[in-house]
Design a protein around this ligand. Sequence first.
Ligand SMILES: NC(=O)c1ccc[n+]([C@@H]2O[C@H](COP(=O)([O-])OP(=O)(O)OC[C@H]3O[C@@H](n4cnc5c(N)ncnc54)[C@H](O)[C@@H]3O)[C@@H](O)[C@H]2O)c1
Length: 253
Amino acid sequence: MSTTEQRVAIVTGAARGIGAATAVRLAAEGRAVAVLDLDEAACKDTVKKITEAGGKAVAIGCDVSDAEQVEAAVARVAAELGAPTVLVNNAGVLRDNLLFKMSETDWDTVMNVHLRGAFLMSRACQKHMVDAKFGRIVNLSSSSALGNRGQVNYSAAKAGLQGFTKTLAIELGKFGVTANAVAPGFIVTDMTAATAERVGMGFEEFQAAAATQIPVQRVGRPEDIANAIAFFTGEAAGFVSGQVMYVAGGPLN
Ligand SMILES: NC(=O)c1ccc[n+]([C@@H]2O[C@H](COP(=O)([O-])OP(=O)(O)OC[C@H]3O[C@@H](n4cnc5c(N)ncnc54)[C@H](O)[C@@H]3O)[C@@H](O)[C@H]2O)c1
């Protein structure tokens, strides 16, 4: 495939937030983009933004934790746009609670969306990448992978995604497929708005408090994360694999 031929990207959880910004960014770079989220109708805004800017996109409704839905969604993308060779595993949920109050459902939901979802999507897409001898997988980890009070489920899932990423890089490297993780810090989205509400703070106040703890003295925007994902999914990043990039306005480790 020549580098001028259009690559097809799937971005999960792309109805809003980081996923929507990533879908728009990858489309601006010339990818045809499958905007995938739980509800197909909710993807319409992102698709509209892309097509109005002259890009190509389709809305796909799919629960990434459901194997049958994932297989059907990836087959639909291949039929409607072409073989998906770029995959951004971004879909995510929070079910925060302290350990002693955390239910088994809260644990399982977070594991299923983040870990099982990334596994199912990657497994369904890898055959297209191997056939094309090209692939780019980016998994959304988090600064919470390093530990965060009230997020024993989420931090375990996000740390798990780092190991998952490194193993994909090892297994798929010989087929021209890279796998990397982007680990955001505080990004202004519905997810952080919900956290502010849960802790009983106004969202503006919550952002201002967070910014004082961040070396660059501001909170992140979805576009900050889309930039990092655009680098990892680019044609030129073929020798960068198995990496975790914290995008958090300062160092984390
Ligand atoms: N916002 C932050 O500060 C932050 C920080 C670190 C990591 N992240 C990660 O970045 C990713 C995007 O976060 P966001 O802040 O944009 O969240 P968001 O809540 O705004 O958007 C998440 C999207 O994922 C979709 N989704 C949820 N479950 C799904 C499923 N089973 N199948 C398909 N789609 C599903 C939702 O419908 C939603 O559109 C997540 O993986 C999140 O954990 C976010």
